[in-house]
Structures are given as structure tokens and as C-alpha cells.
Design a protein around this ligand. Structure first.
Ligand code: ADP
Ligand code: MG
Length: 423
């Protein structure tokens, strides 16, 4: 991918935009870009530099992203609406061509990394609530104030706000940078063998750093809690922002039929019916479930005699009940999957496992917690797009404002511990 039309190879210390930005280290990469930590000599602060591949279609995509990021920045002068801030953009000429570069505010790890860091065990409800509040704030802003659909909401496109000064800790920007394989799909994150070597070296360094940090946290918590890694997130602020506007569109000016990453794709998109803001709400619902359980809500697979789409629809119905016939047969692709009664053509016997039971039986949530969360999530996962609540309505839902008893118990427990230590 480091050839004509592809990624721009960056070395630490490389200057950009007439020397204003100095490359520090790689933060991540996607299908179309590599993202670097850079020092902004003008504002004396760290920024994220997203360097697009140079070929025409990638430049086009970057211009598209810049349009949406600029609109988002223009409407949010205080930078409080949980959307990543575009600071600057420019062109950079390199051996592989002209690369459009976006300068973004520097953020921390993605929620995908947070989930991995927590060993796919799921986060505590209060952490999930904090994250949901930010994501919903972002979506409400995009939808209601800007008329924009994000179209690719998922854990890897939601980044924690970094609380760590990269100057003090050049390895870590959050929990586990470079610990895992680069995010994105199989097309992204290829890289040359030199890149792989550097990546490996950084990975080892990051691993050591993370090991040290978790040791410290565990010893802070102490005793019986040491086997419970989820504890190590205590005290970490869960503010986050929505990123990656490469697939965003205006609700009244859509161009793509197939949007969203597979597992987060709404049923109306699979069936090629009309779609709107509520596709983001569906993806939000899938994301919230994943934060709670550590598992993807829907992970469809192609099977014997049926495709990924049909499996996906089956999984949805096993969780949410039968799709109303009108919706099932209402899309341009409906005939591929449903008969005229609204039953799947190739997958006949569905095993119904409703959300509240799933949360208790499989994920061992306490009954009351499962019930509250299922009541929040179920309307978001309505098959009928117009029945799904808006982001604004979700923010007003009682679940968003629950004072968790678990949290109170924890507080009491930690106060007791403090007393004990002081005593
Ligand atoms: P793509 O459109 O190519 O998927 P993204 O915008 O999703 O690119 O960025 C790719 C990766 O780079 C992200 O998953 C994240 O790890 C990192 N990244 C992106 N933006 C930032 C940022 N503002 N701060 C820190 N890291 C970032
Ligand atoms: Mg991305």
C-alpha cells in the first residue's frame, strides 16, 4: 500500500504544512489513511494528523470527510458536542503523490480497544451509561442540528478523550495503543515489512507499559478484586467522541445504498428500503450491547445454503421476534430473503432468545439491571425505523439517569476501605 496512489510513508520528525506539524508516532490506520500523533508548533499542542492515500478516489473521500467535519466544527464553537474537532487541513506532496491531510484534535483509544483491554468481559453499567451519554450527545447534534447521518457508527469509530499528556508518556495515549493489530477491516492496515518491524517493536514497548500500569492499578485496588480486571477501569473518565466521517451523508442527499459496517447495519439497509437518521440509532444500540457484554450483538455468518444477509436477518428475529410482514417484504431486496408471508426462505427454524433473558442467562447480569437495560435498548432495536427513539429521546430515557445501586455499594465499599486504611 506504500506505493503510487497509496499511503504516505512517514518518519518520526517529518515536517508537514511548511513545518507547522512535526510527526511523533503512529496512532492508527484505516482503509484510506494512516493517522499520526503530531506536534503543532503554532499552538504548542499535540494533534492527530490523518494522512490520506493519494489516489484520486481517496482524495475525493477526504474532501468529503472534510466537508462533514467542517460543518460539525462550525456548529460547535465550544467543542462540547462529542464530535471530533477538525483543526486544519492541507495537501502534502510525497513520493507516492499528493495526500490530503486532516489535522484533528488528539483523542485516545477507541471503544474497541477498551473492550479488548477489558478482555471482552463487558464494562460496568455506569461506565456504559457515561459512554452512551457522549455518543447520544454527538448523534443528537449530528441529526437534529446538522441533518447529518454518520452511517458508520461502531466501537472503533468512537474514541475516548485522552487524559494523558503525550509529551510525558510517548508510548501511551490511553489504554493500549499499538497493543493490538491495527483496527479496520482486512483492506486496511497492510503496511510494508519495515512498517511491520516498527509496529512490532512499538507493540512490545506498549505491552510492557500496559503491564506495569495494570499491576499498579491492581495493587491499588488490592485483595480479592485483583482477579477482576474490570476494576482497573475505576476512576477512568469515560468521555468520548464520534470520529470517522468518511461515510457520513446528509439525510436529504444520500448517495450510497450500502452503508454501515456489517455487524452494525440496520435491517432497512440490508433490505434496501428507505433509510434515515435511525440507522445510526440501530448501530448505537448494537454498540451499547457490546459495551455491556463484550460480545457483538449480531455477528452473521454465511452458512449452508444461505448468505450473510439472511443469517443476519435470522439473528435479528431470534432476538427481537418476527419482523412485521410489511417491513420484511417492503425493501428492494426483500424477495431475495423473504417469502410472501414474511418468513425467511432458507432459514426456517428460529430459536427465540429475547434480550432481557439473554442478558441474564448468558451474560449473568442481575435481573433488575438486565430489565432496565433491556427496556432502554429494545425500542432502539425496533424493526420499524420510524418507531425507534431519537438520540434526544434516548438522552431523556430513565435508564440514562439511573443512579445505580451497584455504584452506591462500590462507593460505600471504597469509603470503608479508606476508613480502614486511615484507621
Ligand atoms: P479511516 O477512515 O481510515 O477508518 P479513522 O478516522 O477511523 O480512519 O482513523 C483510523 C484510526 O486512527 C482510528 O481507529 C484511531 O485508532 C486513530 N485515530 C483517528 N483519529 C484520531 C484522533 N483524532 N486521535 C487519536 N487517534 C485517532
Ligand atoms: Mg475508521
Amino acid at each position: 500500500s506504500y506505493r503510487k496512489g497509496g499511503y504516505h510513508a512517514v518518519r518520526i520528525g517529518d515536517p508537514f504544512s511548511g513545518g507547522r506539524y512535526i510527526a511523533q508516532r503512529k496512532l492508527g490506520w484505516g482503509q484510506f489513511s494512516t493517522v499520526w500523533l503530531a506536534y503543532d508548533t503554532l499552538s504548542s499542542s499535540y494533534v492527530a494528523l490523518k494522512i490520506q492515500k493519494s489516489a484520486q478516489q481517496f482524495a475525493q473521500a477526504a474532501l468529503h470527510e472534510i466537508e462533514f467535519l467542517s460543518a460539525a466544527a462550525d456548529g460547535d464553537l465550544q467543542n462540547t458536542k462529542c464530535v471530533v474537532r477538525l483543526i486544519d487541513h492541507f495537501k502534502h506532496a510525497g513520493p507516492n503523490g499528493q495526500h490530503l491531510c486532516m489535522v484533528l484534535e488528539f483523542l485516545g483509544d477507541s471503544l474497541l480497544r477498551l473492550i479488548r483491554y477489558n478482555r471482552y468481559k463487558g464494562l460496568k453499567m455506569d461506565k456504559v451509561r457515561e459512554i452512551c451519554r457522549c455518543v447520544l450527545t454527538g448523534l443528537d447534534y449530528l441529526h437534529r442540528e446538522l441533518g447529518m447521518i454518520h452511517s458508520d457508527l461502531k466501537p472503533e469509530n468512537i474514541l475516548l478523550c485522552s487524559t494523558i499528556d503525550p509529551a510525558k508518556d510517548p508510548v501511551r495515549s490511553g489504554l493500549t495503543p499499538l497493543l493490538e493489530k491495527p483496527e479496520g477491516n482486512a483492506n486496511g492496515g497492510g503496511g510494508s515489512s519495515t512498517m511491520n518491524l516498527i509496529e512490532k517493536k512499538l507493540k512490545r514497548r506498549a505491552k510492557r507499559a500496559v503491564a506495569k500500569i495494570s499491576e499498579r492499578r491492581v495493587s491499588m485496588v488490592g485483595g480479592e478484586a485483583s482477579s477482576n480486571t474490570e476494576r482497573s477501569l475505576d476512576g477512568i473518565d469515560m468521555r468520548c467522541k464520534v470520529v470517522d466521517f468518511g461515510n457520513a451523508c446528509w439525510a436529504d442527499k444520500q448517495f450510497a445504498e450500502e452503508i454501515q459496517t456489517r455487524q452494525y447495519r440496520a435491517p432497512e439497509v440490508i433490505l434496501k428500503s428507505r433509510y434515515s437518521f435511525s440507522v445510526d440509532m440501530w448501530s448505537f444500540g448494537c454498540t451499547a450491547f457490546e459495551l455491556v457484554t463484550g460480545d457483538m450483538l449480531f455477528a452473521p455468518k454465511e452458512g449452508n445454503g444461505y448468505g450473510e444477509d439472511e443469517d443476519h436477518l435470522a439473528l435479528m428475529m431470534e432476538l427481537l421476534g418476527k419482523m412485521p410482514r410489511k417491513i420484511a417484504i417492503g425493501g428492494a431486496k426483500s424477495k431475495d430473503y423473504f417469502d410472501r408471508h414474511g418468513d425467511l426462505k432458507r432459514i426456517r427454524r428460529l430459536k427465540y432468545w429475547p434480550l432481557d433473558r439473554l442478558l441474564v442467562d448468558k451474560y449473568k447480569l442481575p435481573e433488575a439491571e438486565a430489565k432496565e437495560f433491556a427496556e432502554f435498548l429494545s425500542p432502539i432495536l425496533e424493526f420499524a425505523p420510524e418507531k425507534r427513539p431519537t438520540a434526544q429521546q434516548c438522552l431523556e430515557h430513565p435508564w440514562m439517569n439511573v443512579v445505580s445501586t451497584q455504584n452506591n455499594a462500590d462507593n460505600v465499599e471504597s469509603q470503608m476501605r479508606n476508613l480502614h486504611i486511615k484507621g
